[in-house]
Design a protein around this ligand. Structure first.
Ligand code: AMP
Ligand code: ZN
Ligand code: FE
Ligand code: FE
Length: 281
């Protein structure tokens, strides 16, 4: 069972990389990708935790913004973690997430919701990428809401008046950078329409020109219709098809392996990286 999209405490997941790998082993996962938001800080612990016959794929989920302001998540897998330009691209996004959360806090404060940056930092693990789920956790801790889910259904969703975006590369720039670092790129949940605006059909061609390798078709946030549309696009453009859980530990309902990738599709994808970088014990 191949699961190519999961999060740890180095972003907004609630399991450490070590715990994540232990849960993956007991869930029967054979190939697991660690894809924290805009960060590779969990790679080292993950590498050290690999056991048994688990194959570990190191990656990141890169937050992107199109020139039209559409939010896109790009999974970069199997790239060289020592690539300096990749590190810079990721750190610029991470840095801009701090003033972004501060702006969201200010907007919430203006409406009488009494929350501080300190409250947020209290719920962020050391070295983790700060995101809306942490702001949600802080609002839960302060008793304003009951859960992350409630936050994303209202106060903190993409269409909320409290939503603020952060700096992010365009999908084309992220794809090119992943490729330059030797890795492969898979666009994550591109038609997850209930999250907000999604890409138009004609937006895929420039991504493929930039070097896009695959599309995450099977993901819980995409309806059957959306998956079929993506399947058509993937087949028409000879892109690899993936499925994954987007597991976040206790932070979301998603369970490990709830969607998975066909081994033949993974074989194709892995062969597109500039060298073999899968980590085994
Ligand atoms: P951000 O990157 O800071 O804009 O926050 C977006 C992240 O919040 C996404 O990566 C999702 O994984 C997470 N998220 C979205 N909806 C929910 C939800 N209902 N419950 C928990 N986390 C969510
Ligand atoms: Zn997340
Ligand atoms: Fe995502
Ligand atoms: Fe994700």
């Amino acid at each position: 069972m191949i699961d190519l999209h999961t999060h740890s405490t180095f972003s907004d997941g609630t399991d450490t990389p070590r715990e994540l790998i232990n849960f993956a082993l007991s869930a029967g996962i054979t190939t697991l990708a660690l894809t924290d938001h805009d960060s590779i800080a969990g790679w080292e612990e993950a590498k050290q935790s690999v056991r048994g016959n688990l194959s570990l794929v190191l990656g990141a989920e890169i937050s992107c913004l199109t020139s039209d302001g559409i939010s896109v998540h790009m999974l970069g897998l199997l790239f060289d973690g020592a690539n300096a330009k990749m590190a810079q691209m990721l750190s610029e996004t991470r840095d801009s997430r701090i003033p972004r959360i501060k702006k969201m806090i200010e907007l919430l404060n203006n409406e009488g919701i009494d929350i501080t940056m300190e409250d947020v930092l209290n719920v962020v693990a050391d070295g983790a990428t700060v995101g809306r789920p942490h702001l949600a956790d802080a609002l839960v801790a302060r008793g304003f809401i009951a859960s992350r889910n409630e936050a994303f259904d209202g106060l903190l969703n993409n269409d909320s008046k409290f939503y603020v975006s952060h700096l992010a590369p365009t999908p084309e720039v992220a794809i090119a950078q992943i490729k330059e670092a030797g890795g492969v790129s898979v666009i994550a949940h591109p038609f997850a329409s209930f999250r907000g605006a999604t890409l138009e059909l004609d937006a895929f061609e420039p991504l493929v020109k930039a070097g896009l390798n695959g599309i995450e078709v099977n993901h819980r946030d995409q309806t059957e219709t959306e998956r079929l549309q993506l399947l058509d696009i993937a087949k028409g453009m000879s892109l690899v098809i993936t499925g994954s859980s987007d597991y976040h530990g206790a932070g979301k309902l998603n369970s490990l392996g709830e969607n998975s990738t066909d081994p033949r599709q993974w074989e194709l994808l892995e062969a597109m990286a500039d060298q073999r970088r899968v980590v085994k014990q």
